[in-house]
Write a protein that binds this ligand. Structure first.
Ligand SMILES: [Cu+2]
Length: 619
């Protein structure tokens, strides 16, 4: 069970899939090969030990010893980034329809082209969006990445890529395929990408790698760690990373090797912590193979066999890391030293509410998580996948308190996103009634896509603007520093390869007459990122007019219907000042509620219109 540093080869196996003989409804793991595998084989579902619609926590342990090759990944140093000419035709021709009432529903701009599928995206400290995942061919296995300046009109043209002012398409020359990695921002402002797809070059896909790759804004280059001490112990594909209060980064979950034939999949045995010096600490005491049966069982459901798929985890306001299992149970991982894992009791009079990995969850306020869960339904085809039930998980008490929202979402949204807007409202978009599963074709998934979006005001869901394009598997959504939301991607695999995006303009960007606001407050000065703001100390800005509210939204990192870095802080009821006067708020009290890193600060006027955010650094 011992993980081997430098182990980056998949378990050596023949190329065949273990078809789902155990569960007819087993969910397709998702990421396909581009290596001549047919669509059918691409959709080969995982078995029950990988993922099932209702994940049970008491599945038998199924983690064989790691006897894999000790061959190390080819070490390739940093290469200069360069622009690529893809020569592909433009793909977007459709136009968005106007929303009926933008000041209550928001509205979409027309779709725009992208160089790649934006399936993993993050807001960098310079306000640009870093995206990685697919290549410019829209397929898995191509190693390219994109930097988008959202202050410029999206202008990508495959036939003339060098003409783009908004996008840069770079070669990833690190030899690490970051497809379906985890990502968060480091305190120094670099993006940290952990794991991804093992690039065997032989057509073997969807096994993990143990690579550690960083993206540096400014130079917009990738760097790959080569020292064995700086690699993860376990290969990971579909892991979750969490920025910890002490600037360390937790990595958990994911899969090391997929099931082949009768040989079960291999999952990482334990979470690991990326320490601030770049070396790693394995949380052995929270491992799956721990001798303590209870911990072992907990680990399986939290981040092991049944919980491996981008586990939903956040820093807990009281310390540690809170994990909300797909089985509906809650866990606390203490990442100190070698770690401990415990499971919360179930609140009296309640029963766990199962979810599924294809449904989103988001932390929308301190210690409060909005989560989409399954609801029982026997309707043919879509019923087994019904999931428009939303709950609030309040983790501020001793036991997580589960409260249903006042209304159901209007639609089930497998692969849809939940995004905390600049005003704290949660926006749901994309997804559809069907996930990719046995007996469900990719066309069926697309046919059941949901184009309408909806808003949650902390109480009820209401319908919002309609998108033009489907946003399904491998789509994302991300709040931009200007208060708009980018949503894009989908495909690899999917019925449609969505190398494109759409901009959603939330209601706060429209006036009472549904006209886009042009007179937005302007933040004239804000703390520099070169000096981080200590928790609990003043944050001072100046603006060009009276400000009545300030909000803080943590820079997002989104992939696979999970923005794992979302945090929101509200400072309403500020006394309006004269222009150019100092407006002061107090930074969040501690690192548990506001993990160290980068936050967008929005200043609002009395008309409820936000400024474009400045990005500040807390910690
Ligand atoms: Cu994926």
């Amino acid at each position: 069970m011992i993980g081997i540093r430098g182990f980056s080869q998949p378990h050596p196996r023949t190329i065949m899939f273990w078809l789902a003989s155990l569960l007819a409804l087993a969910i397709f793991s998702g990421c396909s090969s581009e290596d001549g595998g047919t669509q059918q084989s691409q959709q080969a579902p995982l078995t029950s030990v990988d993922l099932s619609p209702i994940v049970e926590e008491d599945l038998a342990a199924n983690v064989p010893s790691s006897t894999a090759s000790t061959a190390t990944e080819t070490a390739v140093g940093q290469q200069p980034a360069r622009k690529l000419n893809t020569g592909l035709a433009a793909v977007v021709t459709t136009q968005a329809s106007a929303a009926a009432s933008p000041n209550t529903e928001g509205a979409f701009d027309p779709p725009h082209n992208w160089p790649t599928i934006p399936l993993a995206v993050m807001v960098m400290p310079d306000g640009k969006v870093f995206a990685y995942g697919s290549g410019s061919n829209g397929a898995q296995g191509s190693t390219q990445y994109v930097v988008w300046d959202p202050t410029k009109t999206p202008d990508w043209n495959d036939l003339d890529p060098n003409s783009s002012l908004a996008f840069k398409l770079y070669n990833n020359d690190t030899q690490t395929d970051t497809f379906c990695a985890a990502h968060t921002l480091l305190f120094n402002g670099d993006a940290l990408m952990l794991g991804g797809d093992f690039f065997a070059g032989t057509g073997i896909r969807n096994n993990g790698n143990n690579a550690v790759t960083t993206f540096t804004p400014g130079t917009e280059t990738l760097t790959q760690e080569t020292s064995p001490l700086r690699l993860m112990s376990y290969p990971r594909w579909y892991p979750t990373s969490v920025t910890l209060p002490n600037q360390e980064t937790l990595i958990m979950g994911g899969r090391s090797a997929k099931a082949i034939g009768s040989i079960p999949a291999i999952y990482p045995d334990a979470p690991e912590v990326h320490q601030t010096d770049g070396t790693w600490r394995t949380l052995w005491n929270a491992s799956i193979s721990h001798v303590n049966t209870t911990i072992k069982t907990n680990a399986l459901a939290a981040y092991g066999n049944s919980g491996w798929y981008y586990p939903r985890a956040w820093v807990h306001p009281n310390g540690g890391v809170f994990i909300f299992g797909f089985n509906g149970r809650s866990y606390n991982l203490n990442p100190d030293n070698t770690g401990t894992l415990s499971r919360y009791a179930i609140a009296a009079g309640t029963t766990p509410v199962p979810g599924i990995s294809t449904l989103a969850s988001v932390m929308y306020a301190t210690g409060k998580i909005l989560s989409i869960r399954k609801n029982p339904d026997t309707t043919p085809l879509t019923g087994p996948f019904k999931g428009n039930r939303t709950i609030v998980v309040d983790i501020t008490g001793a036991i997580p308190a589960i409260t249903p929202t006042s209304s159901l979402m209007n639609y089930t949204r497998h692969y849809g996103s939940l995004t905390v807007l600049a005003d704290g409202t949660v926006w749901a978009n994309g997804g559809g009634a069907l996930p990719q599963a046995t007996g469900v074709t990719q066309k069926m998934v697309d046919d059941y896509a949901v184009y309408s979006s909806e808003l949650w005001n902390g109480n009820n869901w209401t319908l919002a603007a309609n998108a033009t394009l489907s946003r399904l598997y491998h789509s994302t959504a991300l709040l931009l520093p200007d208060g708009r939301v980018f949503t894009g991607g989908g495909g690899a695999p999917g019925y449609k390869t969505q190398r494109n995006g759409e901009i959603y303009n939330p209601p706060y960007l429209y006036d009472a007459d549904n006209i886009p606001v042009t007179d937005r407050p302007i933040i004239e000065s804000a703390p520099s990122q070169t000096t981080s703001i200590p928790w609990g100390s003043p944050i001072e800005i100046t603006a060009n007019g009276p400000i009545t509210r300030i909000t803080l939204v943590r820079s997002g990192s989104a992939t696979h219907n999970f923005n794992n870095e979302a945090r929101f802080f509200d400072y309403p009821g500020l006394t309006p000042q004269e222009a150019q006067t100092i407006i002061s708020i107090t930074a969040p009290a501690n690192a548990n509620i506001a993990p160290p890193g980068y936050y967008m600060i929005f200043a609002w006027n009395s008309a409820g219109v936000p400024s474009v955010a400045k990005i500040i650094k807390i910690g």
